[in-house]
Every structure is written in structure tokens, then in C-alpha cells.
Design a protein around this ligand. Structure first.
Ligand code: CTP
Length: 208
């Protein structure tokens, strides 16, 4: 059953995935099978399949209401009770959930990564270790532009408009203040080797 939940939060394109995936992949080779699992807050974006595509493009995806945090909370509790969960799979191209799910087994250590994890007090209560990736916003913006154009099928104009309308204001309203709920603040995101090694040692110590 899941005993320790580690939250990795921070701005969009701050390097949360790289940081979390590096820890996860490196530990996979060192730990017993099933000792560690990882889930993304993005999986819990609300289902919008009932809305026309044009409406879905207008959603504020950087506001806490865009996420079904209640379902994430339910899943965390099930994992703690030792029960597997089927998490939604999000489709960025369609702006809604796909009809698939992904089964997550109750690993002893669970990493959860996402922009607004530390802004929700109920979720914070579930996290044993809270990490905030503190990458300068200009770096995040450059990475986000590149990623949204190359991987999420967006136009430059749509990235700029969304950034000004929601991504930047929501960062200042919800994400940046949530830094104060973190136990550890990591500079330079996924490229901070010292921070990755410290987290890995902590996880190994917890498993002893
Ligand atoms: N988002 C979007 N369209 C959707 C759903 C989400 O543009 N249909 C955007 C939101 O604006 C939000 C971002 O997706 O800002 C959340 O993903 P992000 O944190 O950027 O992805 P990660 O890969 O986890 O980021 P990182 O580089 O930090 O790993």
C-alpha cells in the first residue's frame, strides 16, 4: 500500500515532469519492482466531452476549477488503502479525457506532479513531502512555446493569447503563492542534479 506521497508542483513548463521522471526512472532500476509509481495532475483535468470543441478551447486550464481534484483525492486514499486505481488519460489535442484509463498499483512511494497541487489544502494534507520547482518564468515561457508548438499542435498566436489571458495571471494568483506550502524549493527544475540526488536518497531511506 502507498505509504509516502511526494508532490512536485511549479509553473507550467518549469521542468516538473523531467524532475519527477528522472527520479522515477533512475529509482526503477534500483528498487524492488512496484516500489514507486508516478501520476500526473493533468490526468485529472475535467472531462469536457459534452462540450463542443470550440468551447473546450476557451476553458481556463490554469484555474483550480479545471481539475477534478476530488477524484485525485479519492484515488490517493484508495492507493493508501492498498487498492489499485484506474486514472483518466488526458488528450491535449481534443481538450478532454480520452476513453482510455491507466491502471496504477499501490506502490509504497507515489510521486504526483502538477501545477496546482500545492494550492489545494485538502490535497496538501495528503502529501508527505511537498516540492516546488522554482524556474524563472521567462525560461518556462520559452519551453512552453516550444512544447505547445511541437507537441500539442498549437499555433504561436494561440500560445501567446492563452499565456496572457490565463497562464500568467493564474500563475501569480494560485501557483506562485503555493510555493509557501512546499517543504523544499528546487531551482533550475529538472536539471538540478543535487536536488534529484537528495530526493532519491530520501526515498531510499524511507524504503529501508
Ligand atoms: N493546458 C492546455 N490545454 C489543455 C489543458 C492544459 O494548454 N487542454 C495547459 C494549461 O494551460 C497548463 C498546462 O497545460 O498551464 C499544464 O501542463 P504543464 O504543467 O505545462 O505540463 P508539464 O509537462 O507537467 O510541465 P513541466 O514542463 O513542468 O514538466
Amino acid at each position: 500500500m502507498t505509504r509516502t506521497i511526494i508532490a512536485i508542483a511549479g509553473a507550467s513548463a518549469s521542468g516538473k515532469s523531467l524532475f519527477s521522471q528522472t527520479i522515477y526512472n533512475e529509482l526503477l532500476n534500483e528498487l524492488a519492482p512496484g516500489a514507486i509509481a508516478i501520476i500526473e495532475e493533468d490526468a485529472y483535468y475535467r472531462d469536457q466531452s459534452h462540450l463542443p470543441f470550440e468551447h473546450r478551447t476557451q476553458t481556463n486550464y490554469d484555474h483550480p476549477d479545471a481539475f477534478e481534484h476530488e477524484l485525485l483525492l479519492e484515488h490517493l486514499n484508495q492507493l493508501k488503502e492498498g487498492k489499485p486505481v484506474d486514472i483518466p488519460v488526458y488528450d491535449y489535442a481534443k481538450h478532454t479525457r480520452s476513453d482510455q484509463t491507466r491502471r496504477i498499483q499501490p506502490a509504497k512511494i507515489l510521486i504526483v506532479e502538477g501545477i496546482l497541487l500545492l494550492s489545494d489544502p485538502k490535497l496538501c494534507d495528503e502529501f508527505n513531502i511537498k516540492v516546488f520547482i522554482d524556474t524563472p518564468l521567462d525560461i518556462c515561457l520559452m519551453r512552453r512555446m516550444q512544447r505547445d508548438l511541437e507537441e500539442r499542435g498549437r499555433s504561436l498566436q494561440s500560445v501567446i493569447e492563452q499565456y496572457q489571458a490565463t497562464v500568467r495571471p493564474m500563475f501569480y494568483q494560485f501557483i506562485d503563492p503555493s510555493k509557501h506550502n512546499a517543504d523544499v524549493v528546487v531551482t533550475r527544475g529538472g536539471r538540478n542534479r543535487v536536488a534529484i540526488d537528495i530526493l532519491k536518497s530520501k526515498i531510499k531511506q524511507l524504503l529501508q
